[in-house]
Design a protein around this ligand. Structure first.
Ligand code: NOJ
Length: 733
């Protein structure tokens, strides 16, 4: 009987409902791949799995073609916020900004926009989204490419982004798998992660990616427990392919390969770019051919690589009528205009990802001030040109993305000073702009204005570029260019000071957050090309702010409990990063994870919890398709949210879960659900959270299984991780 119930569970879960991931038919794709395989020569097979060499093709990565099956060279191109090195694409807000919308539909629309432009340019694979780094370190240089440091939020954003990209017909490549949490020494870093922490934090969003039917996974530069990830059998074969049931292919990060046979035998399926950056050293190509001939690599393993790559190609239907490649990353830029109407999506994500942190005396939305002073170099576009720094490797002008391979070429920039100036005309407001970071110049510009809007920034990026002494990871968590001094000087002379922060991650605000003249703090994130328009939408009240922080803003750097490591990262803090650490150690952050204000107010009421989960280990099959029953919904929570203010506004209700005492030590509460609803003033809406078996489980390292503990779960629903409004219990028998 129990077996029958389980079987029907699995049958039901094989089909993803719309709004989750990508629903592709792997079986059909594998059928076609199997047929194609028989038409391929050994040389074809080697070509399909090997990059043609750095700089030898039009895309960031290119593999060989196989004419017998109509398989042309595969084109892989960066990156996670839009197609890199082409002129006329959309530069969407960065991943971390999409995360701060907490809006599944917008995450998906953004993914779809990226995917449709990828396809229109004839690119097969877009090298995103980023699910690692997750954000072990607040200073981590590339955190902004991903979706914040909570695995649940990151997992949802990863799944939705992949769903959008692949529905548009492009292959997504989720990266960087795994444990690549810092830029410093990333090529040699040894990450030693205990099995439970791995599963509950760093692997979690990758499991969602596999669940979403992602086509490919990029193995990262670093080592795990002493072995490079791209030749690590435990990470690629055992965990990714067997435990999670990944059916696509593993591709190296660029030049992350270190061996011929070892990488092949441990689960690597494709090497990119096929050589090192000098074009001299390579590991596959004819070397792989020899290794297969000599029996060091089984021919069945080569066939498996090829089938995985071809199945992904068929899964996305790229075998018929796929557009021709219309880019050449070597000539940098050019390419046809594929923007379509994606600016609208970019603006919506930029707008709804803005987080309002402080708003004393309701200084916002602006009420027709007589005069506004706009202050700070971050208010205006980089005077040297919006794309003047290679891979955005500078922090000049409005900061709308970090630096490195995760950038793209801005088709235009809506700069905040321009957008505010043009909106201000409607009210007859006079505007002066002082694009200066010098404190006394800022103060003199601000002193006679009704309202002063000060722009400050903090930047980070990839290690191959050093910006103002920061080698990828940030050196500290301060605002750049003496931003705090600028704010203090302005607030000293202007009683309506509004601070706008464009940043890759947390910035310490302590020196000015409590100043009475600092009336508002607007967390404007990394908004992409629509920065100014989105900001105007919020500060003029066309839309109420609805973003929430995807990380905590601490009072001091030490309050995160982690710092960039030398050569070995032991992940000794375990599960306790960000709010999990602060909650455990009773540390009050300045603004907690999940926090964000609105122009309205919300009442939470009527929590209802249903479900009778049974305790015990995951008992379903682990392949194919992953442990399906882990994703079965076993409890449902609903609550009523009432807009008790006077304007239409959206609220992100969040569910935090505490495990029963029978479980091993676990963070006191962890995000396990969220629901964003837009509600008219005076009206109510129901929010719904579906808890899957895995959401209620911990990873048992000795049993190597997820275990749902017996006893009483605590369920808190609220407006942030520390503003918990409703509470209830759930029993697992
Ligand atoms: C290295 C980066 O880590 C990766 O994210 C990127 O996709 C490749 N370079 C290709 O540019």
């Amino acid at each position: 009987m129990r077996r029958q119930i389980l079987v029907s569970f699995f049958a039901a879960s094989a089909v993803l409902v719309s709004g989750q991931g990508f629903s592709g038919d792997w079986d059909a794709a594998y059928g076609k791949a199997q047929t194609a395989l028989s038409k391929l020569s050994q040389t074809d097979k080697i070509a399909i799995v090997t990059g043609v060499g750095w700089g030898k093709g039009p895309c960031s990565g290119n593999s060989g073609a196989a004419n017998s099956i109509g398989y042309r060279t595969l084109c892989l191109q960066d990156g996670p916020l839009g197609v890199r090195t082409v002129s006329s694409i959309t530069v969407f807000p960065a991943g971390v900004h999409a995360a701060s919308t907490w809006d599944r539909a917008l995450m998906r629309d953004r993914g779809h926009g990226i995917g449709s432009q990828t396809k229109a340019l004839g690119i097969n694979v877009i090298l995103g989204p980023v699910a690692g780094p997750l954000g072990q370190f607040a200073q981590g240089g590339r955190n902004w490419e991903g979706f914040g440091n909570d695995p649940y939020l990151c997992g949802v954003a990863t799944e939705q982004t992949i769903g959008g990209i692949q529905e548009a017909g492009a292959q997504a490549c989720v990266k960087h798998y795994i444990g690549n949490e810092q830029e410093k020494n990333r090529h040699d870093m040894n990450s030693v992660i205990d099995d439970r922490t791995l599963h509950e934090l760093y692997l979690w969003p990758f499991a969602e990616a596999v669940r979403a039917n992602v086509a490919s996974v990029m193995c990262s530069y670093n080592k795990i427990s002493g072995t490079w990830v791209c030749e690590n059998g435990r990470m690629m074969d055992d965990i990714l392919k067997k435990e999670l049931g990944f059916k696509g292919y593993v591709v190296t990060d660029w030049d992350a390969q270190h061996s011929t046979a070892a990488s092949a035998n441990t689960g690597l399926d494709m090497t990119m770019p096929g050589s090192d950056y000098n074009g001299n050293t390579y590991y596959w190509g004819n070397k792989l051919q020899s290794a297969v001939q000599s029996g060091q690599v089984a021919s069945s393993r080569l066939d498996d690589m090829v089938k995985r790559i071809l199945a992904s190609w068929y899964l996305l239907k790229q075998d018929s009528n796929y557009p021709n490649i219309a880019i050449d990353h070597r000539s940098n830029n050019g390419g046809p205009n594929v923007q379509g109407n994606n600016a609208t999506i970019a603006r919506a994500v930029a707008r709804d990802g803005i987080v309002l942190l402080k708003n004393s005396d309701n200084v916002l939305p602006l009420q027709k001030p007589k005069s506004i002073a706009i202050i700070g170099s971050g208010a205006v576009a980089n005077p040297k040109g919006i794309n003047s720094c290679q891979d955005n490797g500078c922090n000049q002008g409005t900061l709308v993305m970090g630096w490195g391979s995760g950038t793209a070429t801005l088709p235009y920039l809506s700069a905040p000073a321009d957008a505010i100036t043009s909106r201000a005309k409607q009210d007859g407001t006079s505007v002066t702009t002082a694009a200066t970071d010098t404190a006394n110049q800022g103060a003199s510009a601000a002193q006679n204005a009704d309202v002063a809007i000060v722009f400050i920034t903090a930047d980070g990026g990839e290690e191959y570029i050093t910006v103002e002494g920061n080698e990828g990871d940030r050196n500290d968590l301060n605002a750049w260019h003496n931003g705090a001094d600028l704010v203090k000087a302005v607030a000293n002379v202007n009683k309506n000071t509004i601070v706008v922060v464009n940043t890759v991650g947390p910035v310490l605000l302590e020196s000015f957050a409590d100043l009475p003249n600092v009336k508002a703090i607007v967390w404007a994130g990394l908004p992409g090309q629509e920065a100014g328009n989105a900001l105007v939408d919020i500060i003029y009240g066309a839309t109420s702010p609805s973003g929430k922080l995807p990380y905590s803003i601490a009072k001091a750097a030490k309050d995160y409990g982690t710092t960039i490591q030398a050569m070995t990262d032991n992940f000794s803090e375990g599960l306790y990063i960000d709010y999990r650490y602060m909650d455990k150690n009773s540390i009050s952050p300045r603004y907690e994870f999940g926090f964000g204000l609105s122009y309205s107010t919300f009442n939470y009421s009527s929590i209802s919890i249903s479900g009778t989960p049974t305790s015990g280990p995951e008992s379903g099959p682990t392949v194919p398709g992953g442990a399906a029953s882990l994703f079965e919904v076993v409890a449902t929570v609903t609550a009523t949210i009432t807009n008790s203010g006077s304007v239409t506004a959206a609220e992100v209700a969040q569910l935090y879960l505490g495990l029963p005492s029978s479980a091993p030590a676990t963070p006191v509460r962890q995000l396990r659900g969220f629901d964003k609803v837009s509600i008219k003033a005076g009206e109510s809406a129901t929010v719904k959270f579906e808890l899957r078996r895995r959401d209620l489980s911990y990873w048992d390292s000795s049993a190597k299984k997820w275990v749902l503990p017996k006893g009483t779960f605590t369920i808190d629903v609220g407006a942030s991780s520390r503003d918990l409004r409703l509470s209830g219990k759930l029993e697992a028998s």
